[in-house]
Design a protein around this ligand. Structure first.
Ligand code: ATP
Ligand code: MG
Length: 363
């Protein structure tokens, strides 16, 4: 795209808590990237869909919210959730309906130890923890099906139904194998709990084996999710691409982020691989009420997510800009300009300004 062409339209939903701080920071960095690159532009459209507004208005998204989002090339999301709204209300009010309605059935969560940062595992070298977690993002344990009877009594019974479909499993497995194939060591680890969960997880196993036949060049193995947590800590260098269900991958990706140094650095891409709907980019962390409004949130996960968004909307044409943003981020972490969660003493604004300056040098 040349600068005279139409800009990429990005729907921004800062949401709650530090979601607001890090979205502002990401927009600043993206605008700097576009300005220095000179061959593309962004048009950011803000949506004030937050828990604060939910309390005042009674809704997170208006009725035509999905239609509004569909007019954009991508969605940039901060975080949702605040202590005075039950978490299942905020999640089901905003982020989960977007993922489902926008056909974002893949959630890609890479993990890497960034230059200059330290992983908590002493034996872990910088190359030992270079993973991509592929999370099934549309069904499974987050299907939202179930119910409660005898509520508010001592005999209350609740069911939470996990839904696994052959179509849903097949498409996530294919995406995971393609991801593994695109990486140097071509290795995929598939995670289940099929010893205890004897229906959905067994179907997950079966379809995995069918799909694996189409990828003879990809080495694979299988793990139960409990054993997987042990392997991630004790033998991180034996892993590369990982595929897991909605719930399992959510938990494993928080662990992965912590092992790489901080939950504040980890990015995620909620993708509609068919490109029929806009995909959504967000750091994996939540609204972090304990540090909200203090200006000290680590914006690196937000910047990394922004870099992934640049790659996605650019469809191969903005690789140089996305790589430059990642290089700028790591030059800054290496120079010791880091927030407290990474052992530094800088605030969000200082890290953001440093990344903007670095973009000018590297692009
Ligand atoms: P969610 O349910 O939305 O995933 P959560 O309850 O898991 O949220 P988070 O908000 O993700 O919690 O964060 C947990 C803690 O990690 C925070 O309370 C905060 O101390 C720390 N944290 C998270 N994100 C950041 C960040 N970007 N910078 C610094 N610290 C962070
Ligand atoms: Mg969490």
């Amino acid at each position: 795209m040349s600068s005279t062409e139409k800009p990429y339209r990005i729907a921004c939903i800062p949401g709650d808590g530090i979601g607001v701080d890090i979205t502002d920071a990401a927009i600043q960095v993206l605008n700097k990237l576009a300005e220095v690159a000179g061959n593309f532009k962004f048009d950011f459209v803000h949506f004030d869909w937050s828990s604060k507004n939910f309390k005042e208005r009674g809704w997170y998204m208006p009725e035509d919210g999905m239609e509004q989002l569909k007019k954009h090339d991508a969605i940039y999301f901060g975080a949702v959730g605040w202590p005075d709204v039950p978490d299942h209300i905020s999640l089901w009010g905003l982020i989960l309906p977007i993922r489902k309605s926008m056909n974002q059935y893949v959630n890609v969560r890479p993990t890497r130890i960034l230059r200059g940062t330290e992983a908590p595992l002493k034996k872990c070298g910088p190359k030992d923890l270079d993973w991509v977690i592929v999370r099934e993002n549309s069904e499974g344990e987050y299907a939202g099906q179930g119910g409660t009877t005898h509520d508010h009594t001592a005999y209350a019974v609740a069911t939470e139904v996990a839904i696994f479909t052959a179509v849903g499993i097949d498409r996530i497995m294919r995406f995971a194998f393609e991801t593994a194939r695109s990486r140097p060591c071509k290795k995929l680890t598939m995670v289940t709990k099929s010893n205890a969960q004897r229906h959905g997880m067994v179907l997950w196993d079966k379809i995995f084996h069918q799909v694996a036949k189409d990828y003879p060049d990809v080495e694979w193995d299988k793990m139960l999710v409990d054993a997987m947590t042990v392997r991630m800590v004790l033998h991180p260098q034996t892993l590369d691409t990982i595929v897991a269900t909605n719930l399992h991958a959510d938990i494993l990706s928080d662990l992965a982020a912590a092992l790489s140094g901080s939950i504040g650095i980890a990015p995620s891409s909620n993708l509609d691989p068919t490109r029929g709907c806009p995909s959504m980019f967000e750091p994996i962390h939540g609204s972090a009420p304990d540090i909200a409004g203090k200006g000290i949130a680590n914006p690196v996960g937000a910047f990394w997510s922004a870099a992934e968004m640049v790659r996605w909307v650019g469809k191969g044409e903005l690789e140089e800009a996305a790589d430059a943003l990642m290089l700028a981020i790591e030059n800054v972490t290496e120079a010791g300009i880091r927030t407290k969660d990474l052992g530094g003493d800088k605030n969000t604004k200082e890290v953001t300004e440093a990344v903007c300056k670095e973009i000018e040098k590297v692009l």
